[in-house]
Design a protein around this ligand. Sequence first.
Ligand code: GLP
Length: 259
Amino acid sequence: MKILIHPDAARAAGAVADRIADLLAARPGAVLGLATGGTMEPVYAALIDRAGQGRFPAARFTSFNLDEYVGLGPDHPQSYHVYMRRHLFGPLGLPPGQAHLPRGDAPDLEAEAARYEAAIAAAGGIDLQLLGIGANGHIGFNEPSSSLVSRTRVKTLARKTVEDNRRFFGPGEPVPRHALTMGIGTVMDAAEVVLLATGAAKAQAVAAMVEGPLSASCPASILQMHAKATLVCDRAAAAALRMTEYYETVHPEGGAPQL
Ligand code: GLP
């Protein structure tokens, strides 16, 4: 795993946007796997900025999001459909047919999961999968104990995840307890994976992912088995790593390797 520790969260998010912009400059029709959450907001803002500078053609890529809450339709204000339209697809002018998310309001969720997997395969698979990480080590909504070879399906959210995500909902508004999420096997099929973690609340999850055992207790630890996985983080999220001195020697301030 490539481990890039940036001095602060803004630079970490900018580095992720740069990686995506470089890929889209080289291959405008690339297939992106996209994530939601507070961590991704500065990434998408930076990416819109890069598109505005003409670094890549803004509206040629195809995307597949990781997950959606069960029971929320695509116009529900807290749905990931709305999040993506607001933070990325709208500002970039991405044609709706190129942006895919699972439908959390599908009448048959199992059929929707199978349809989503088939759509990813029909697009030729994901070139670059962007990931955040939950404080308990989840990726997408694959909670601890998820099968490490799972495919898109419904998962029950851990209490910690529900509490962490409550801030996006109004006071007294119920937070969904289930989600339709790409599986860990689906994520691992991507040609490249970039996980962004910022802030002290992610430090334990990051340490378990990078230096802990490969275990379903920390779903993100499966990235130890990916041939092209990069962790991009800030110093706060890196604080519980034991081998920081080594990572910073290889990539000072998250930069190019010192050979
Ligand atoms: C949710 C999403 C994940 C995301 C995580 C962390 O659970 N399903 O994809 O990584 O939240 O979110 P945040 O970036 O807000 O901490």
